[in-house]
Design a protein around this ligand. Structure first.
Ligand SMILES: NC(=O)c1ccc[n+]([C@@H]2O[C@H](COP(=O)([O-])OP(=O)(O)OC[C@H]3O[C@@H](n4cnc5c(N)ncnc54)[C@H](OP(=O)(O)O)[C@@H]3O)[C@@H](O)[C@H]2O)c1
Length: 226
C-alpha cells in the first residue's frame, strides 16, 4: 500500500520519502518507482526512536506523514500457541511506530499538514487467530481520535482497509493466500478484494481534504456488512 501511494503521489509531482527496514527492499521499491528524481529512500525501523529521529532530521519541512508499516508474521495463532514477544512486535509496528512518527514528525509538519495511519477490518470483523491484530487495529483508531485533538490543527486520520491483495498475505495465509482472497471476493458486495491502489487513492483523498480530521475511513468493499 505504501508503494502504491508513493507511485500515485510521485505521478502528481509531489516529493516523497519512503522508509522501511531493509535497504535491499528499498532499492527494489526505488526501481519499481522508476528511480523518480523526487523520491528519497531512508532505511529506518519505525519502532526504533533513534531511527525515527534520524529519518526526520534529514527531511526538512513535511506536508504529510503516512504510516502503512506492519510486521504481522507469526501472530495469527490461537491463544495457547501465542508467543507474547511476537504480539509485542506487532504492537510496536502498528501502534508504537505511529506514536513515534507523530512525536517526531508533527513538529516538522507545515500548516495544513496531516498524519494518516492504517488500521484494518480485523477491528470490526475479528476472527479466531486474529486476536492481536483486532486489538491493535482498534487501538490505532483510538490513537487517531486522541492525536487529532492533541496535535490540532494538524489533521490525524486512519484508513481501515478490508482484505487487499498485497505481500502481507504471505505472512497471513502463506501458500493458501490466493484461495483465501478469492473466497472473500465472492462474499463481498463489490465482488472483489482490494488492490493497493484502492487504499492509496483513499489515503491521498484524506491527505488533501483539509476538513477531515479524527476520522477512520473504511475502504473495505463492504466487508463490515457481510
Ligand atoms: N493487505 C491487507 O489485506 C490488509 C488488511 C487490513 C489492514 N492492513 C494494514 O494495512 C497496512 C499496510 O499493509 P500492506 O498490505 O501494504 O502490508 P505489506 O505489503 O506487508 O507492507 C508493510 C510494509 O511495512 C514495512 N514495515 C514493517 N515493519 C516496519 C518497521 N518496523 N519499520 C519500518 N517499516 C516497516 C515493511 O517493509 P520492511 O519489511 O522492509 O521494513 C513493508 O513494506 C498495514 O498496517 C496492515 O496491517 C492490510
Amino acid at each position: 500500500m505504501g508503494l502504491a501511494l508513493a507511485e500515485k503521489l510521485l505521478a502528481t509531482g509531489i516529493a516523497v520519502t519512503i522508509a522501511g527496514r531493509s535497504a535491499e527492499r528499498l532499492a527494489q521499491a526505488r526501481a519499481k518507482l522508476g528511480n523518480a528524481p523526487r523520491l528519497q529512500t531512508v532505511a529506518a525501523d519505525a519502532t526504533c526512536e533513534e531511527d525515527v529521529v534520524r529519518l526526520f532530521s534529514s527531511a526538512g519541512d513535511i506536508d504529510h506523514i503516512v504510516s502503512t508499516a506492519a510486521d504481522v508474521s507469526g501472530v495469527y495463532v490461537l491463544l495457547p500457541s501465542m508467543d507474547i514477544s511476537i504480539a509485542r512486535r506487532v504492537l510496536d509496528s502498528k501502534v508504537i511506530a505511529p506514536l513515534l512518527l507523530a512525536k517526531h514528525g508533527a513538529p516538522r509538519l507545515t500548516a495544513g499538514g496531516s498524519i494518516t495511519f492504517t488500521s484494518g477490518i480485523a477491528a470490526y470483523r475479528p476472527a479466531p487467530k486474529g486476536t492481536v491484530v483486532a486489538a491493535i487495529n482498534g487501538a490505532i483508531e483510538s490513537l487517531v481520535y486522541a492525536l487529532a485533538l492533541e496535535l490540532a490543527p494538524i489533521r490525524v486520520n486512519a484508513i481501515s482497509p478490508g482484505w487487499v491483495d498485497t505481500p502481507i498475505w504471505g505472512s497471513v495465509a502463506g501458500e493458501g493466500a490466493a484461495v483465501t482472497l478469492a473466497a472473500m471476493a465472492k462474499r463481498l458486495p463489490v465482488g472483489r478484494v482490494g488492490e493497493a491502489s484502492d487504499i492509496a487513492h483513499a489515503i491521498e483523498a484524506v491527505m488533501r481534504n483539509g476538513f477531515i480530521s479524527g476520522t477512520v475511513v473504511h475502504v473495505d468493499g463492504g466487508q463490515r456488512l457481510v
